[in-house]
Write a protein that binds this ligand. Structure first.
Ligand SMILES: [Zn+2]
Length: 176
């Protein structure tokens, strides 16, 4: 079990575009396992590889209700095939933007193609929280954050707050 350190706003790494996998090898599976450990430990319901500093098109999630048994899911090279016109709104948060939440509107349903942990190309349809979570994590693979979907005024406020926080952490580190 390996808990990896999370990349936090405003780290520019979060804005990198991730590269696709050419094959699913032991190293890719180890990364996915470490990401699930990191996500459960945080705790969170989704995590993209770039959030642990790896610019690779991989995301993990578990949107099972708290009382249900865990349902870890791994998606390599996910691609959206279609989006519904119908939209839904969720209060979103992000492990890279701790303790900040905002309502984001996204397509309610999506069609998805991805490669699973056995290296098999799969297609699926997602709805509700799963669809929102997949879209949030897939945005990360292109360097997009959920705050990019809110008003510029709100976004600028959040970025300013996290810049201050990062600066404060650097200063306290220097004292030590
Ligand atoms: Zn996120």
């Amino acid at each position: 079990m390996t808990i990896k350190p999370l990349i936090i706003l405003p780290d520019p790494v979060l804005r990198q575009k991730s590269r696709p996998f050419e094959g699913i090898d032991a190293q890719a599976l180890k990364l996915a396992g470490d990401m699930l450990d990191t996500m459960y430990h945080a705790p969170g319901i989704g995590l993209a590889a770039i959030q642990v500093g790896v610019a690779a098109r991989l995301l993990v999630l578990d949107v099972a209700p708290k009382e249900a048994s865990p349902d870890p899911r791994i998606f390599f090279n996910p691609e959206i095939l279609w989006r519904s016109d119908e939209r839904s709104v969720y209060d979103e948060g992000c492990l890279s933007i701790p303790e900040y939440y905002a309502e984001v509107e996204r397509p309610k349903r999506i069609g998805l193609r991805y490669v699973d942990e056995h290296g098999v190309c799969m297609e699926m349809e997602a709805d509700g929280l799963l669809a929102t979570c997949l879209q949030h994590e897939m945005d990360h693979l292109d360097g997009i954050l959920f705050i990019d979907h809110i008003s510029k005024l709100k976004r600028d406020m959040v970025i300013k707050k996290f810049k201050k926080r990062a600066k404060g952490m650097q200063e306290s580190a220097a004292v030590l």
